[in-house]
Design a protein around this ligand. Sequence first.
Ligand code: HSE
Length: 404
Amino acid sequence: MINIAVLGYGTIGSGVVEVLKTNGESIRKRAGDKINIKYVLDIREFPGDPIMEILVHDVNIILNDPEVKIVVEVMGGIEPAYSFVKEALLKGKSVVTSNKELVAKHGAELLDIAKERELNFLFEASVGGGIPIIRPLNQSLTADEIVEITGILNGTTNYILTKMSDEGMNFDEALKDAQALGYAERDPSADVEGYDACRKIAILSSLAYGMQVDFEDIYTEGIAGITDVDIKYAKKLDARIKLFATSIREDDKNVYAMVAPMMIRANHPLYSVGDVFNGIYVRGNVIGDVMFYGSGAGKLPTASAVVADVVDAAKHLNKNIWTIWSSKKLELIDINFVKHRFFVRADRKKASISDMKKLFGEITEVPEVVKDETAFITPLITEKEMKAKKEHISGMLGSIRVRF
Ligand code: HSE
């Protein structure tokens, strides 16, 4: 029997307990031994829930119990999660976590501690919910140099954009739904402003390039500025708006990363990724394109990835599974020099098409969706050029990057 402890009995923690109960027998066969939850840590009480029998409020009971071999951290946030996880590793326990904030900030250090002690620090559930992406990057795509990772990495915003587009729901209604379904973060601005996707692309990039990509360096825009009018324009263009988290290695070594809404058409592999689903598109220099798709958020999909890591940790109790993620910082290219095409809307009285032609040169006009608006797509220009040109568009109503 392998004893584990679960830190946090929220959405994911209760999912982990449920998955281990539902699939206990097949999990036992795969892990080679029974996985027993000896403790659940939470500050709250859960009257009437059988979990009360193993509920503790003091983490030291877990940390000081040598019978606990694997600690599952599903509390979220940096503190006290970081202190608990570090202490657990220092006390000889492997750790499994779904906590992207923790992994993005302290992943390199925690992996090092685990490696020095022949333990494991596993975090499959931190990116893409139930989709296997961390393990494929570490163990399957190892023959390749990764040149691009582009993902729809946030289920909540993908759900909101899909509902706005397919059902004409408004932003707030769709967000409320996502919260009720357990997809959204406690502070939904983490989803809406793109911070969650930013941490996830930082983790994937660090693993792909083997160096520390600081999430603070990643240019991040969320979907708060996307309106129903933008969605109508996207439809007119046979396009959809998706929140993309991208990291691209240009000319063999320079990497840039960004999170921003993107207009894409049906020829893009992520076009059909709707609802709460996530999709991650990886390009390697040898393999070419690979796609990962599945449930990107929610109790059971995320718990499934957590428990799969528990199984892996159980199978490698005294053996570190090597992961290359050095704490050496990868300097990203300044986003100002990255090129995109932009869809632009402006008040026609203040910015006519001929004014815009003078400003941008070759533009693609977009048929009218809203009366008295000028709408067009710019040629390929740098972010810096776009910023400068925006200053000259009086009556500017909005812009969205375009990938077609
Ligand atoms: N709030 C996150 C999302 C949960 O919506 O994708 C999964 O990390």
